[in-house]
Design a protein around this ligand. Structure first.
Ligand code: NAD
Ligand code: MG
Length: 397
């Protein structure tokens, strides 16, 4: 039996999640058709993908109109090339697409991801920052438009798989959600060495190959903090019912504990094609290309509680979630600014936490009544974080 063809818009096609998605899609040409691919500025990489997948539209959101480039895309890939951020929202909401993979990194993905939800699309959500910034708006847009939200983040996809029928997770029968974390590259490094670690060391994740921003977030465990907030909105879960455990093997991707004492977990090799294939085919199952899990070869699965001194960013995320309103948007914006400065060699690794904490103190949380208020808090937080990061750099110089 052949399933109906699903047409897919892929936001962030040139990234790590983007290329894993295209890998899965290419394995199932009878099931998926790419209607749009987007990238920020990497024109050549996008053109190569467009030539291979033949979308109707390609978008370079970070570039201004360029006629020669537009002609090349038409001639070499048969794709109409669009420019600028407005084009992201256009391809995320256009009638010809059934599903949107939201795989842009950071707050830059918010507009297009919300546009997809408002258009009632099936939204495959990798862009966790969008949900962290604007959780209640995002979930309301999904509900009002009758959109379908499927988590791509491996932990949330795991939780989704461990919930009855993959839905209605706020159920009273659930006691806890346990998100697992690898602990990143510095889980066992001497604490006094952390001030000196380089961007490349921070990006050398032991189990996953990912974009640089999320790799740094994994090292600081802000990634898990963002994921706690993500889980709060995705699963309508009380913050106190979301727990984090370090699991260095990255085989158990998360667990759900029920009131009878049962825990259900999802296991696989750490390969993003597993959650991507799950969400693409849901409620069916398709081959993902991931290697089968050999539990006997892995032999040992271990778990430990995160050390608050080593991973102070995790506590900041819980605090921002508890504070509510615009606090998670401030947390996210400060983190993006600090990580960017760290990756550019302008901030010490250990100062990432200082910048975020300072920014949360400087930019008080307001009620997040409108999306405009959230975006304003994001902008204020970026300014405050950048100023503070610059002060730290001057002091160090
Ligand atoms: P990446 O850096 O590899 O790719 C990011 C993509 O977004 C690229 O296609 C880039 O062109 C595009 N982009 C960057 N800045 C942009 C901007 N300002 N406007 C529009 N487009 C822009 O990132 P990634 O690792 O693939 O992560 C993507 C998202 O998925 C992030 O939100 C991340 O937290 C989440 N995620 C990633 C993984 C993973 O394994 N990589 C796992 C779970 C969740
Ligand atoms: Mg994750």
């Amino acid at each position: 039996m052949t399933a109906a063809m699903k047409s897919l818009t892929l936001l962030g096609a040139t990234g790590s999640v983007g290329s894993s998605t295209l890998d899965v899609v290419a394995r199932h040409p009878d099931r998926y058709r790419i209607v749009a691919l987007t990238a920020h500025r990497s024109a050549d990489a996008l053109l190569a993908l467009a030539a291979r997948h033949r979308p109707r539209h390609a978008v370079l959101s970070g570039l201004a109109e360029d006629r020669a480039l537009r002609r090349r895309f038409m001639e070499e890939a048969g794709a109409e090339l669009l420019f600028g951020t407005a084009a992201l929202e256009q391809v995320a909401s256009e009638p010809g697409c059934d599903a949107v993979m939201a795989a842009i990194v950071g707050a830059a993905g918010l507009g297009a991801t919300i546009a997809a939800a408002r258009a009632g699309k099936q939204v495959l959500l990798a862009n966790k920052e969008a949900l962290v910034m604007a959780g209640p708006f995002f979930m309301r847009a999904v509900a009002e438009a009758g959109a379908r939200l499927l988590p791509i983040d491996s932990e949330h996809n795991a939780v989704f798989q461990c919930l009855p029928g993959g839905a209605n997770p706020g159920a009273a029968s659930v006691r806890r959600i346990v998100l697992t974390a690898s602990g990143g590259p510095f889980r066992a490094a001497p604490l006094e060495r952390l001030a000196e670690v380089t961007p490349d060391q921070a990006c050398a994740h032991p189990n996953w190959v990912m974009g640089r921003k999320i790799s740094v977030d994994s090292a600081t465990m802000m990634n898990k903090g963002l994921e706690v907030i993500e889980a709060r909105w995705l699963f309508d879960a009380a913050p106190s019912s979301i727990e984090v455990l370090i699991h260095p093997q990255s085989i158990v991707h998360s667990l759900v504990e029920y009131i009878d004492g049962s825990m259900i977990a999802q296991l696989s090799n750490p390969d993003m094609r597993v959650p991507i294939a799950h969400a693409l085919a849901h409620p069916e199952r398709i081959e993902s290309g991931a290697a089968a899990l050999d539990l006997a070869a892995i032999a040992r699965l271990s778990f430990e509680r995160p050390d608050a001194q080593r991973f102070p960013c995790l506590g900041l995320a819980y605090a921002a979630l508890g504070e509510g309103g615009t606090a998670p948007a401030v947390l996210n914006a400060a983190n993006e600014t600090a990580v960017e400065a760290f990756l550019a060699g302008r901030l010490r690794y250990t100062a990432i936490h200082d910048v975020i904490r300072h920014t949360l103190e400087r930019v008080p949380a307001a009620r997040a009544d409108t999306l405009e208020v959230v975006l304003e808090a994001d902008a204020r937080a970026r300014r405050a974080a950048a100023e503070f990061a610059a002060t730290l750099q001057e002091r160090a110089a």
